[in-house]
Write a protein that binds this ligand. Structure first.
Ligand code: EPU
Length: 359
C-alpha cells in the first residue's frame, strides 16, 4: 500500500479526546492534506477496518480501553477568502482549523455571524455535524456550504445549507449520511455590519455588571468567553465533552402538567408547538437517590449537581456537563450517564439523551 500519511499502530488517544480517557487505537493516521485522505480511501484501507473519523475529539466518549480499528485524525489547515465586498465576505476554513481560533480571527476582522459561538472547543470540520449552537446562534445561521469526501469513493461533494438538513444539534451527517462523508472544509457567509445578538440568557446582565453599554463585536466575543469560562470546565484541567445531554423537547400537554408541579421549570417554546426543557435544570432537580442508588462519598444526595464518584462526576457549576477528574475510564461515564437518565425519567417522566457520540 502506498499512502502519503504514515499509518501508526497502538496510539493512545488520550490527547485526542477532551474527556482525557486512555484508549488505544489499533491503527491511527493523521491527515494533513485532503489528497492524502483521498489516497487512503482509494487504497481500500478503510474497508479493511472499523474506521473512526476523529476531529477535535470534544464530543466523543471512548467506552473501551482499545479501539479495534483505524482512527483517521483530520488535521488540515488553511483559511481563504473566496469573495468580499463592502457588506459581506465568504471565507473558507479547512476542517482541521481550531474553532475558537477561527471565531477569534473573524471577530478581529470585524466579520459578524459566529461571535456567539466563541470559545466552543473543537475544530471547524466537526461544527456542522452537530450544528453547534450557543447564546441564541447556531452554525447554520452563517454556513453557506461545506465540502465533504465520500468514504466509499474518495469523491468530493458540496453540500448546500439546505442539503445539510440542520436541526437542533442535528444534521444529515449524524443521520442519513452517518459515517459516509468526511467534511473537509466549510464556507461561511459573514457580514461586515450586523446587529449583535445580546438576547440570550445572561449576556445582557454580564455586560451591565461590567459597565458595557453598547458592546463592540470584540466585547461581545470576550463576554461570551468569560460567561462560558464561569460555567464550563477548562478541558485542559478537567476532562469533559461540554454538554453531555441534549435539551429534551416534550409535548405541550406533558409540559403543562409538569409546570403545575414545578412552576420554576425554565422552558423554551418550539416553533412546532412543543416545548424544550433544559436538561441541566432537570438533572439539578433530581437527586441520585431518586433510584435509591448508593450515595457518592462527597455528595449530599439532594441533587446530581456536583456529584462525585471516584473518578467522574457532574460538574458543580453546570449539571449538563459530566466530568472526568483523571484515572477513570469511559465506562465510568457510561454508567453515570445511565443512572442520571434513569433517575430523571423516574422523577419527571422525561427521557434525556446524550449529545456526545459513544465510540
Ligand atoms: N440550568 C439549571 N441547572 C444547571 C444548568 C442549567 O437549572 O446546572 C438551567 C439554567 O438556569 C437555565 C437553563 O437551565 O435556565 C439553560 O441553561 P444554560 O443557559 O446554561 O444553557 P444550556 O441549555 O444548559 C445550552 C447548550 C450549550 C451552550 C448554552 C449556551 C445544549 C445541549 N447545550 O446549554 O452548549 O453553551 O446553551 O447557549 O443545547 C455544548 O454543546 O457543549 C454546550 C456547552
Amino acid at each position: 500500500m502506498c499512502i502519503f500519511a504514515p499509518m501508526k499502530t497502538n496510539v493512545n488517544l488520550r490527547p485526542y479526546n477532551s474527556f482525557g480517557f486512555d484508549a488505544i487505537a489499533k491503527y491511527f493516521v493523521e491527515i494533513n492534506a485532503i489528497n492524502d485522505l483521498q489516497t487512503l480511501i482509494r487504497s481500500g484501507e478503510l474497508k479493511k477496518h472499523k474506521t473512526l473519523i476523529l476531529s477535535g475529539g470534544n464530543n466523543v466518549l471512548f467506552q473501551e480501553a482499545v479501539f479495534e480499528g483505524l482512527v483517521v485524525y483530520i488535521n488540515t489547515k488553511g483559511l481563504e477568502i473566496l469573495s468580499e465586498d463592502e457588506n459581506e465576505v465568504v471565507v473558507r476554513a479547512q476542517a482541521g482549523e481550531d474553532w475558537p481560533d477561527f471565531v477569534r480571527f473573524c471577530v478581529c476582522k470585524s466579520w459578524h455571524g459566529i461571535e456567539n459561538l466563541a470559545h466552543i472547543p473543537g475544530k471547524v470540520g466537526a461544527a456542522p455535524v452537530q450544528n453547534i449552537g450557543a447564546y441564541g446562534m447556531e452554525l447554520k445561521d452563517s454556513l453557506l456550504q461545506c465540502e465533504a469526501i465520500a468514504m466509499e469513493t474518495g469523491e468530493t461533494r458540496v453540500f448546500t445549507k439546505e442539503e445539510c438538513r440542520f436541526g437542533y444539534r442535528e444534521s444529515i451527517f449524524k443521520n442519513e449520511l452517518k459515517g459516509q462523508y468526511v467534511i473537509t472544509s466549510v464556507d461561511f457567509l459573514l457580514k461586515k455590519n450586523a446587529p449583535l445578538n445580546l438576547e440570550y440568557g445572561n449576556i445582557k446582565a454580564y455586560l451591565e455588571q461590567n459597565g458595557i453599554e453598547n458592546p463592540t463585536l470584540q466585547q461581545l466575543h470576550d463576554a461570551i468567553c468569560a460567561i462560558r469560562d464561569s460555567k464550563l470546565p477548562d478541558v485542559k484541567q478537567i476532562g469533559s465533552a461540554g454538554s453531555f445531554f441534549k435539551n429534551p423537547v416534550i409535548d405541550r400537554e406533558q409540559y403543562e402538567a409538569l409546570q403545575k408541579k414545578y412552576p420554576d421549570m425554565p422552558h423554551y417554546d418550539e416553533p412546532n408547538g412543543k416545548v424544550k426543557v433544559p436538561a441541566g435544570w432537570l438533572i439539578e432537580h433530581t437527586s441520585p437517590s431518586a433510584l435509591r442508588q448508593a450515595q457518592g462519598p462527597q455528595c449530599s444526595g439532594t441533587s446530581w449537581k456536583g456529584w462525585l464518584d471516584e473518578h467522574v462526576g457532574v460538574y458543580e457549576k453546570q449539571a449538563l456537563v459530566l466530568v472526568h477528574y483523571g484515572g477513570g475510564k469511559g465506562q465510568d461515564i457510561v454508567e453515570l450517564a445511565q443512572r442520571i437518565q434513569d433517575s430523571v425519567e423516574a422523577k419527571f417522566g422525561i427521557k434525556i439523551s446524550p449529545e456526545v457520540n459513544f465510540v
